[in-house]
Ligand binder design. Structure first.
Ligand SMILES: Nc1ncnc2c1ncn2[C@@H]1O[C@H](COP(=O)(O)OP(=O)(O)O)[C@@H](O)[C@H]1O
Ligand SMILES: [Mg+2]
Length: 442
């Protein structure tokens, strides 16, 4: 019976805990969380609460409990060097060390790496540490995207047309970003449709998992402010209806080349999840960014479909033998909808903005799966925090069935909550197909 450490406390980690618990090796789960997730706690032998920068607490908990290996869920502990600390104690981990995690934590590192190793997929871009040259570069671009260098919880990137219009506005925003961040990436804006390709990597072998599409905007119809993610879907063929097979192949090939480049550049193999955020354009797949971990919500789409033993996958990632394992997923559709506090993600002047710490009731979610995120379990029940509360996942043979299951599940959560009704609807997907048709000029 292996003892496994899980670091993280969100719905993504709840789905990971469930995947670990399903293993035929009867693992015992030890969970280190910054807040008590009742779903993870119910699957754990033991939990410990603490901050993700308290590396001594994490390694202490791991050594005390004779952990065989650790799995790291979120980006914060990776950025803090939790894998380096665990490795120093002789405990291997699924998750990159601090240097390799720059794949996510520094967008300039990744853009420069892709250029240095002549890997396709980058936009035209420049990295700035002062305003010198910013204006001239903005002049050269047809559409502009501004990115602070560093972790921003998915809320730092500014896109022309969505967040600002004119070049003057862009210049002011650049000044603002440089005040708060060590550097600024200015890049060419792509037109297309986005897809998430989460890959498993042992350093040399890169294995794709089913494609997922996330929905960042707070409101139906992709309107409103960006959030950590309001929900996501995947299809039985593990692709997306608006993509050509070549788009997917290009995304995978970029990821393979980036994995090889990371090893050369840092001297260490990347062991963990390489989550590529891609955009299909008229010129094929382009790279938006990498995350160094599963997505939240996207983990909830793929992990429940996993037919291969997750503990075995982790062992092969650590041993560098992923090429010897056949990794399979159920050919099913999934729809994940996040139930969030009504005020989640809204600007302060919005009438619903007041952050609620209200009580919620969770009734029978029927055939849906429920993954806890930021809920506070008190003696008298569950309370909302300011973040996303519960991920509800429908799984079925087709998208419409999966959507209905998720929708029914969401309705079982009572309280001052909100969610997106349009995720997984045929109409929304048709919009994406039509958009790609227009771009490709069929
Ligand atoms: N070069 C680009 N062209 C068009 N849209 C972009 C570009 N880069 C980012 N975006 C948009 O901004 C969003 C956030 O950017 P991303 O690089 O994924 O950063 P993060 O997820 O850290 O906020 C993307 O999902 C995409 O919608
Ligand atoms: Mg992103």
């Amino acid at each position: 019976m292996p003892n496994i450490l899980l670091v993280g406390n969100g719905a993504r980690e709840h789905a990971m805990a469930e995947a670990i618990s399903r293993s035929q090796h009867n693992p015992r789960l030890f969970s280190f969380m910054k807040a008590n997730n009742p779903g993870i706690a119910s699957l754990s032998e033991k939990i410990k609460l603490g901050g993700y920068s308290d590396l001594a607490a994490i390694t202490g908990f791991a050594t005390e409990n004779k952990i065989e290996f650790a799995v790291i869920g979120p980006e914060d502990p990776l950025n803090n060097g939790v894998v380096d600390a665990l490795t120093a104690c002789g405990i291997p981990a699924v998750g990159p060390n601090k240097s390799l995690a720059r794949l996510e934590t520094s967008k300039s590192f990744t853009r420069n790496l892709v250029n240095k190793y002549h890997i396709p997929g980058n936009p035209q871009f420049n990295v700035f540490t002062s305003m010198d040259g910013v204006e001239a570069f903005l002049n050269k671009l047809e559409g502009i995207v501004l990115k602070p260098d560093g972790l921003t919880g998915g809320k730092g990137v500014l896109v022309q047309g969505d967040h600002f219009v004119t070049e003057d506005e862009a210049l002011k925003l650049c000044q603002q970003i440089l005040k708060e961040s060590s550097s600024l990436i200015v890049e060419e804006k792509f037109d297309g449709e986005e897809f998430s390709l989460q890959c498993l990597c042992d350093g040399k072998t890169v294995v794709a998992t089913p494609l997922v599409q996330d929905h960042k905007r707070r409101f139906d119809g992709d309107r409103g402010p960006n959030t950590g993610g309001m929900g996501s879907y995947s299809l039985p063929d593990h692709s997306m209806p608006f993509l050509k097979p070549q788009d997917v192949e290009e995304g995978l090939e970029i990821t393979r080349q980036v994995a090889a480049a990371l090893w050369k550049e840092t001297g260490n193999p990347y062991k963990g999840v390489m989550y590529g955020g891609f955009i299909a354009t008229k010129n094929g797949a382009k790279l938006l960014e990498y995350n160094a971990r599963f997505g939240d919500p996207e983990a909830m789409n793929i992990l429940p479909l996993l037919k291969t033993d997750f503990v075995e996958i982790c062992r092969h990632i650590i041993a560098g033998t992923l090429d010897q394992l056949k990794i399979e997923f159920e050919p099913k559709a999934t729809v994940c909808k996040y139930v969030v506090p009504k005020g989640y993600g809204l600007p302060a002047d919005h009438p619903d903005a007041a952050s609620s710490r209200d009580k919620i009731e969770v009734g029978n979610v029927g055939k849906a799966r429920l993954y806890y995120s930021s809920v506070d379990k008190k003696e008298d029940g569950l309370y909302l925090s300011s973040s996303r509360a519960i991920g509800i996942v429908g799984i079925a043979d087709n998208l419409e069935e999966a959507r209905k299951i998720a929708e029914a599940g969401v309705k079982a959560v009572k309280g001052p909550v909100a969610y997106r009704e349009d995720i997984g609807t045929a109409a929304l997907i048709q919009k994406r197909i039509d958009h790609m048709k227009k771009i490709r000029k069929y």
